[in-house]
Design a protein around this ligand. Structure first.
Ligand SMILES: C[S@@+](CC[C@H](N)C(=O)[O-])C[C@H]1O[C@@H](n2cnc3c(N)ncnc32)[C@H](O)[C@@H]1O
Length: 260
């Protein structure tokens, strides 16, 4: 996967290129990142990359011409990259609080693309005409505002890297992640077997793989019911899942009777 990133702060991406799973995936060429800095496309002597908004108001916007030039250079760069022969035109994605909120299912679709250009906004954002002329899609991290698109782009890239074949040490990990099947992950335990008086559930020590599968599915359903009931509303449970969820709820309610 080839990703061109338009950003005023390419150094921030060291968080991806220098650490952990994402760093390994980049070294192993599962993903290539290339950076396009609008400052390099500024033509005035001070290399300005911000400008005042028409109509007044607080803050600045990204200066239009260097931003557009860097987006077009990123598109061209991705088009000429090592995967070029395979590929349709890279979609331009603007990370924006006004975009569609990203969910794991969206990430799974985006992760299949061979290429894309990510645009990181700064200041109060970018001129609406640039969105109209250059941007194909807007995606958001959620209903809150951060100071720049870099953290959002890094989050998206990292989540897509986890889904690239060969990126994770254990291929099963991403399949079992929370949200992959619409549920939260079941509770997890590591050594010691007893920690501050709390024991690991004995079933996990039993070596009985089928019993462990059923226990994990039940806990996963139960955790989702307790923490994110909205997710359950989006799923159609099969017979086994329905039964395990009912068991979990009954056991939970008998341990936590409603106080009248
Ligand atoms: C301070 S924000 C601008 C917010 C803008 N004035 C608004 O209210 O919609 C600067 C940049 O951060 C990025 N950003 C902020 N919040 C985001 C979010 N929730 N998801 C994705 N990107 C975000 C965008 O690239 C945005 O252009």
């Amino acid at each position: 996967m080839q990703i061109g990133v338009v950003t005023l702060f390419p150094e921030m991406f060291a968080a991806l290129t220098d650490y952990g799973i994402s760093s390994r995936a980049i070294q192993n060429e599962l993903v290539s990142l290339e950076f396009w800095n609008p400052r390099n496309y500024a033509t005035d002597k001070h290399r300005m990359v911000d400008d005042k908004p028409f109509g007044g108001g607080p803050g600045m916007l990204m200066k239009t011409e260097p931003l557009v030039a860097s987006i077009q250079a990123a598109k061209e760069g991705v088009r000429q990259g090592p995967l070029a022969q395979a590929i349709q035109q890279a979609k331009v994605v603007y990370l924006s609080p006004q975009g569609k909120p990203l969910k794991q299912a969206h990430i799974a679709e985006l992760a299949k693309r061979p290429n894309m250009v990510l645009v990181c906004g700064r200041y109060q954002g970018i001129d609406t005409r640039v969105i109209d002329s250059e941007v194909d899609e807007e995606w958001s991290l959620g209903d809150f505002v951060v100071s720049g698109g870099e953290l959002a782009a890094m989050t998206l890239i990292d989540a897509m890297i986890r889904l690239q074949p060969g990126a994770l040490g254990d291929e099963g990990s991403a399949v079992e992640d929370s949200f992959a099947n619409g549920l939260l992950h079941s509770p997890e335990y590591t050594r010691p077997k007893e920690f501050e008086g709390r024991k690991v559930p004995s079933i996990l020590l039993s070596g009985d793989h089928e019993a462990i599968r059923v226990w994990r599915l039940k806990q996963s359903l139960g955790s989702t019911w307790l923490k994110r009931p909205d997710l359950l509303g989006l799923l159609t449970l099969d017979g086994e899942q329905q039964e395990l969820l009912e068991q979990f709820i009954n056991e939970y309610e008998s341990r936590n009777p409603i106080q009248l």
